[in-house]
Design a protein around this ligand. Structure first.
Ligand code: ADP
Ligand code: TRP
Length: 333
């Protein structure tokens, strides 16, 4: 029996933050190390073209994202790690899928609605068809499972719909009838949503700005400063989303003894948020010490990083090409 196939990606729009890590990247590393799956992880630079980032910054950020994924534990011997735009088949399959996807289905996507508000002056067509390209990313490799944060569930559900529409419409030439593309499922972690430090009712996201996120690469002092400004209780006491978010981070990154101490003081009302912030900051800074060292080392040798990405792209390309031969035959081109 062949192993289930896992596909996931991240946009090169900024350094990885704790939301990316707890919602997705940590899970990728754990799944990879379980040895039970065949894994594809890629840097979604085509998706990032829907935003406002200048070209030079994108070029740099692709390399930095690769360094950060490797520093976080992605192992190119176990996972096929590559850059999306190096495999032209993503865009090709995306086009074919856009011709079987009803506009009304894309209009329902909440990320599209949010993003078009965030970037009113740049409401490009790519923002709208973004989830179609995402379906192509996944189905090009016949992905069974997609480990992502909560905000991406809707896109994985659409991927499943697109697979069904394709299978129903283009089954004529296939012996496998309605099963050419698999029915992809999302995989969540136990932390599907980390909240922003400054607006804890929103998800932690690069697009909100630097003060809202803790990056994995942040030095301990920067983490401390950011946490100092984090919103805790405006109302709701210990149930306030800002407090809950800090407690969650403490739980994930500190010892269970420290965490339990704060659970107790939270319950009896003696908790001091200043102390909670200090303990959380210290734990995060320590947890990522090795990450920061590995990241710096990897970034000091960009040619080595490019080599790793080229070799990942070669492996991905051979699978992508095979899928496209079969897809072209099925659709009649
Ligand atoms: P951002 O929203 O910061 O631009 P991306 O869209 O590049 O992040 O997300 C990459 C991965 O990280 C996706 O799987 C996404 O679901 C996950 N993710 C992003 N932000 C969070 C968060 N705050 N909590 C949990 N998961 C998140
Ligand atoms: N849309 C995803 C995000 O913003 C990134 C992405 C692109 C992706 N293609 C994908 C994730 C395919 C999983 C599978 O986070």
């Amino acid at each position: 029996m062949s192993k289930p196939i896992i596909v996931s990606g991240v946009q090169p729009t900024g350094n990885l933050h704790l939301g990316n890590y707890l919602g997705a990247v940590k899970n990728w590393v754990d799944l990879q190390n379980s040895g039970k799956y065949q894994m594809y992880v890629f840097i979604a630079d085509l998706h990032s073209l829907t935003g406002n980032m200048p070209a030079d910054q994108r070029r740099r950020q692709v390399i930095e994202t690769a360094a950060e994924l490797l520093a976080a534990g992605i192992d190119p011997k176990k996972t096929t790690l590559f850059v999306q735009s190096q495999i032209k088949e993503h865009a090709e399959l995306g086009w074919i899928f856009s011709c079987i996807t009803p506009i009304a289905e894309l209009e329902r996507m909440t990320q599209y609605k949010d993003k078009s508000q965030q970037q009113e002056k740049n409401m490009n067509a790519g923002l709208f068809t973004y989830p179609v390209l995402q379906a192509a990313d996944i189905l090009l490799y016949h992905g069974n499972l997609v480990p992502v944060g909560q905000d991406q569930i809707q896109h994985v559900e659409l991927t499943r719909d697109i697979a069904r529409w394709f299978n129903n419409r283009y089954s004529a030439y296939s012996a496998d009838k309605n099963k050419y593309f698999p029915e992809t499922k999302h995989l969540l972690t136990d932390v599907p949503k980390v909240m922003s430090l400054l607006e804890p009712e929103k998800k932690m996201s690069k697009s909100l700005g630097a003060g809202h996120v803790i990056e994995l690469a942040d030095e301990p002092d920067a983490i401390k400063q950011k946490l100092k400004k984090a919103v805790t209780e405006t109302s709701g006491g210990g149930n306030a989303p800002g407090v809950q978010n800090l407690m969650l981070l403490l739980q994930k990154f500190s010892t269970s003894k420290t965490y339990q101490k704060f659970v107790t003081t939270e319950k009896d009302g003696s908790i001091r948020y200043g102390d909670l912030k200090l303990a959380t900051g210290k734990a995060i800074g320590e947890y990522f010490t090795d990450f920061r060292k590995r990241r710096a080392k990897l970034l000091s040798n960009p040619n080595q990083l490019k080599k790793i990405l080229t070799s990942g792209a070669k492996k991905a390309e051979s699978v992508a090409k095979k899928t496209m031969v079969e897809v072209r035959e099925r659709v009649g081109i």
